[in-house]
Design a protein around this ligand. Sequence first.
Ligand code: NGQ
Ligand code: ZN
Length: 452
Amino acid sequence: MDELPVVSLWRPDAVEPRVLSADSQGRVLSHTSAGQAQHGLHLPGLVNLHSHAFQRAMAGAAERRLHPSDSFWTWRETMYALAERFDPDRLQAVAAQLYAEMLEAGFTRVCEFHYLHHAPDGRPYADPASMSLALIEAARETGIGLTLLPVLYMQGGFDGRALGPRQRRFGLDVERWLQLFERLRGENLLGLVVGCALHSLRAVPPEAMAELLAQLPADCPIHVHIAEQVGEVQECLAVRGQRPVAWLLANAPVDARWTLVHATHLDAYERRALAASGAVAGLCPTTEANLGDGLFPLPEFLAEGGRIGIGSDSHVSVSLVEELRWLEYGQRLQRRQRTLAADEAQPGVAARLLQACLASGARSGGRSSQLAGHAQPLQPGADLDLLELDAAHPAFAGADPAHWPERWVFASNRPAVARVWARGQLCVEGGRHRQADALQSRFVRAMQQLHA
Ligand code: NGQ
Ligand code: ZN
């Protein structure tokens, strides 16, 4: 365990000097008051609740027009073409670079929504878990907490059509999914959580969904892509007679174990019912902007007690700041108002968003079951995940540290995270991951091969 500093821990609108200690697993052992506050500010690390690591290799490479009506669906073809070029080594190289960047941004756990299961021709690797193991090794190399979500992906669309040639490597049926799940649960990596992902309502037939859900352990986190594109909502209405979120709520026991990724297109009933379910809405603002998805009804959902978290998804940006900033800015642009994520109890926009993300992280990451009740970050038993803002950064000049989150999210473009601990281990110092240089050289080589 690395030595921990006396921390100046951010609490909404206050700063508490604390001394933290960790057990050998990197969990908080004690949390005691430390008389004098130090200058600076520490926050609990955040969970990045949605990642497709391989897509980091595509960031910025799909921004040239291919078609007069480029869309999510034309982007997806480019993404599939890149996906074909991955093998386990390239995946590990790209994922490790990505995870190091996440740590530098202040994310201390990642929920990896993983569906590149097989070789490009659709045949399983000699070890069918090879691609998942590459992700586990990337997490081990970087120190990030990993919630690995092997994805069930069975069909090419709502109508039940077979997987297309470029989707073959994603395919698993329920039986083979359960084999992979059991195998991964036996892997030895500190802090590893193995959960379940259903790719989307498009990719999983209703009977298979029910069959799989019935066999999951009670504490298993469950993630699903849902209602991201208008076309998907229309197809779901046509084939299943309900909008996607309404259909899921009616056909699955959606509760606090669930993370609904995107959930962009909600009617008022769906929005209220999702808020009441205890599930987390997994918002991915920079990817949703990049893909032209639409805007989530944030102020209403928060007012109704809904839970949110953020993910960097396609990794066109790997920045906590940018995700939170765009989450608020999208609402401002749409409604021509300001401070839309704030409310009377919490007037700080960044503070409210951070509070919401910190409260949902343990659920989405599958870490709440280890504790009594729902894990609050940095309480005894929770992972010792911590970030330190750079007290010398000009963004914070003149501000009360309790209000630094607003300065950080709205006014720092140069990175402001100085140090990051994941499960008690110091991973980032001076804003850089401790293995940044070596990871980056290997990443550059992999990128040259992937784009050759
Ligand atoms: C994915 N990504 O699985 O990587 C999806 C695109 C799909 C996002 N939705 C593919 N952002 O939904 O079919
Ligand atoms: Zn996704």
